[in-house]
Design a protein around this ligand. Sequence first.
Ligand SMILES: Cc1cc2nc3c(=O)[nH]c(=O)nc-3n(C[C@H](O)[C@H](O)[C@H](O)COP(=O)(O)O)c2cc1C
Length: 326
Amino acid sequence: MFLNPEKPAVILAPMEGITDAPFREFITRTGYYDYCVSEFVRVSATVLSDKVLRRHIPELLHESKTRSGTPVQIQLLGGDPDRLAESAMNAIEAGAMGIDLNFGCPAPTVNRHDGGATLLQYPDRLEKIIRAVRDRVPTHLPVSAKMRLGFADPEAIYENAKRAEQAGASWITIHGRTKVQGYIPPAYWKPIGKVRESLSIPVVANGEIWTIEDFRKCREETGSIHFMIGRAALARPTLAKQMRKELGLPLCLPESQAYSFTEGLDPQTWSGIFENYAEVQPSEKRIKQWVRYLAHQRPVAWWEPIKGLGSTPEILNCLREFQESP
Ligand SMILES: Cc1cc2nc3c(=O)[nH]c(=O)nc-3n(C[C@H](O)[C@H](O)[C@H](O)COP(=O)(O)O)c2cc1C
């Protein structure tokens, strides 16, 4: 359902504050992504109930898929193996078809409270967490791990990746940077390739793929057939489509049903998508956040007119007007 070890894939990265349910709904209307990973849901002092999980990830009510049929994997973050395993089971009971565990988040608050990239310093704990979740989740459903190269030491990836495999991870996704390197370019793809060669589970390559040339280089350096795209899903809306073509993959939807994005994600597409999905209206804050990422690599003419607007309907009206006077 998620990753087939033999088949290439293009995956939408989890991005807290960006890839929420409305975003997943509209981006998967393109048919560009084989599956998405939810924003992380943190497991701290208490086990997450199915109710809480469904609120965070409403796709759980629809077989863990967006309306266009794209699977959504549930990402959990935390440091307590039992609470994570219990929460994973509640997610499965709520409808999840797979669990991803976060060992990459660099946020100081998260790291201080024992979760995300800080665990990369403790391979024993990482292994214990993955094993605990793997032991509870039914074997036909995947449990994967997403990690950075290390906390400070990029060599840590070799031990952590080996431990993840030993613990029964179905695959791992590697963001080619340490926590200390944050988001400063470049991402280091060669270690991802070395890890891939040393393991028998699939390794998804991630980090700094912005253009088709980056993708080609990442593919060459990692030898991977599985790729995860984060910020470029917004900044370069058609990149995933180009990648599918190079990987010999068709769209995940029949062409006639798929939204075809233009390089700039024109305002018509935006207003059209949200009109069709009135029940999953994003907040105006989120729309503005998305446009900021979209504008990362090019000017977006409709940013100025929507910047000061305070509600989603106002923004959609403005986009429609923009459409009438190009
Ligand atoms: C705003 C933002 C939020 C993120 N949230 C998450 C998250 O919830 N879980 C996670 O595993 N990674 C998260 N990431 C990391 C991305 O999934 C990805 O690994 C990283 O952005 C590198 O990929 P890219 O260069 O294609 O963007 C986040 C990244 C950004 C920029």
